[in-house]
Design a protein around this ligand. Structure first.
Ligand code: MMA
Ligand code: CA
Length: 251
């Protein structure tokens, strides 16, 4: 070791020995304390992910899927030996095998849709029947009732609470379907339409002008009767809105 280096080392050692370390009061002198204790190192990196877990138990076998659609035709086989020439045939229909294939696939889809429609309408009946002891389905509409009664405003609130609205038949088919519930329970039903705003101008709940009606003879006959009740025979009568009538909603 050369002399200047040795000198520097000696000087360094003397300085370290001379400094009496201060008592550590970390609350007040953070920088001094951390110097005395050594600067903390940079946190290490995250470890690598652990090994993969064991595979879970095998699940139960699922139900059989729906029948698939017809596949595209396979490749043509090798040609056979040449046959004798036949008689000339009649002119055939235009279009090729691709069109026939599409037709077959559409037929397939139609058959599958019929099966699906059957199962969904059955499921709907089972589920709806549990919630609503009285219901009738007509086109895309379903009239439902739990058998409870209420005023026009009560019924309106109850039906919107269900996510539907008061029964509002818009044609003879719907009116006939709804009348079956009235007849079965022997009760009158308030319909959704009313002429509260303008006497004689019956409106639907969405504000549309009423197009279809099935008034009983002589009805509507009163300015103070702003609501409509359906009789058990399906005919309509304008009626005050505060009576209690069978609550039937449409979904
Ligand atoms: C009669 C008839 C109706 C009217 C009710 C009121 C029973 O039917 O006049 O048009 O709405 O009375 O209760
Ligand atoms: Ca009336």
């Amino acid at each position: 070791m050369q002399l200047p280096s040795l000198f520097i080392l000696m000087l360094g050692l003397a300085l370290v020995g001379a400094s009496t370390p201060e008592p550590c009061n970390c609350g007040e002198k953070v920088s001094v304390c951390s110097l005395a204790a050594g600067v903390p190192g940079i946190p290490g990196h995250h470890g690598l992910p652990g090994n993969e877990g064991k595979p879970g138990a095998k699940g139960e076998q699922g139900e059989q899927g729906l029948r698939g659609t017809q596949g595209i035709p396979g490749k043509a086989g090798p040609s056979g030996p040449k046959g004798n020439q036949g008689e000339k045939g009649q002119k055939g229909d235009s279009g090729g095998s691709e069109l026939e294939l599409l037709r077959a696939q559409i037929n397939d889809l139609q058959a599958q849709m019929e099966v699906l429609h059957g199962t969904t309408s059955l499921t709907q009946k089972v589920i709806l029947g549990h919630i609503f002891p009285h219901f009738v389905s007509v086109g895309l509409k379903i009239f439902v009732s739990k058998g409870a009664e209420g005023s026009y405003e009560n019924s309106k609130a109850a039906c919107s609470h269900l996510g539907g609205q008061m029964a509002s038949p818009r044609n003879a088919e719907e009116n006939n379907a709804l009348s079956k519930i009235a007849a079965k329970l022997g009760k009158h039903i308030y319909l959704g339409m009313n002429d509260m705003e303008t006497e004689g101008a019956f409106l639907h709940l969405n504000g549309e002008r009423m197009q279809y009606s099935n008034w009983a003879p002589g009805e509507p006959n009163s300015e103070i009767e702003d609501c409509i009740e359906m009789y058990t025979n399906g005919k309509w009568n304008d009626k005050i809105c505060s009576e209690n009538r069978l609550i039937v909603c449409e979904l």
